[in-house]
Write a protein that binds this ligand. Sequence first.
Ligand code: 1GP
Length: 237
Amino acid sequence: MDKLNDNEKLHFSLLDPFKINSSEELKYIAKNLYNAGTDAFLIGGTLGVSKDKLDFVISLLDDYEIPKIIFPSNINLLSEKADALLFLSLLNSDDIYYVIGAQIVAAPIIKMLQMEVIPTAYVIVGHGGTAAHIGKARVIPYDNFELATAYTLAAEYLGMDFVYLEAGSGAPEPIRPEMISFIKKASSIPLIIGGGIRSVEVALKLVEAGANIIVTGNIIESDVDKAIKIIRGIKNK
Ligand code: 1GP
């Protein structure tokens, strides 16, 4: 994350253990993403991810010297095999469990495993997908820039390191660049942007608007060449 100090734009590759069919497939995908210049592997998914599958995927990524970061959907997805954990609080959940409950249950385990944590506000926008359903999020409309800015400022004042604006995995529309530039006028907290990003053109608009980290998930599994183009586009900025 030190790269952020140099104002470098980063790309994170989200690998969902539930969607990966074989170790050969994972190795092929990981090699391509790594060679294209992705900055980290995010490992996680909302449904169907067991601790065993998580550990298995992390161990297959051992050869690549970029951070392997857990993107947890529940408290079972903790592993000392990873380099770090996005310590998420779903700020716009109606259920206190997702705001601070799961974090309290997980904290002693994280301490025991001596995991590095990255304090991150998770904020779900627009479509929201499965994450919004499970997390009981009161989603922020795609065009409500003021509300998204208020959440971002609250995250900054709470001392979070990042805000992850999530449109939902497979969202038909990603976060709007206009929302990012609006937020950036008020807050300098680094923004992670994900959900529904499928083309280099879209990714570059988000980066130009001020996104610090672009996350792609589905496109990696459905069309790795497109994912490679997105990574190269971002890294050549
Ligand atoms: C989901 O933001 C990520 O949590 C990635 O979304 O799968 O649509 O790329 P996609």
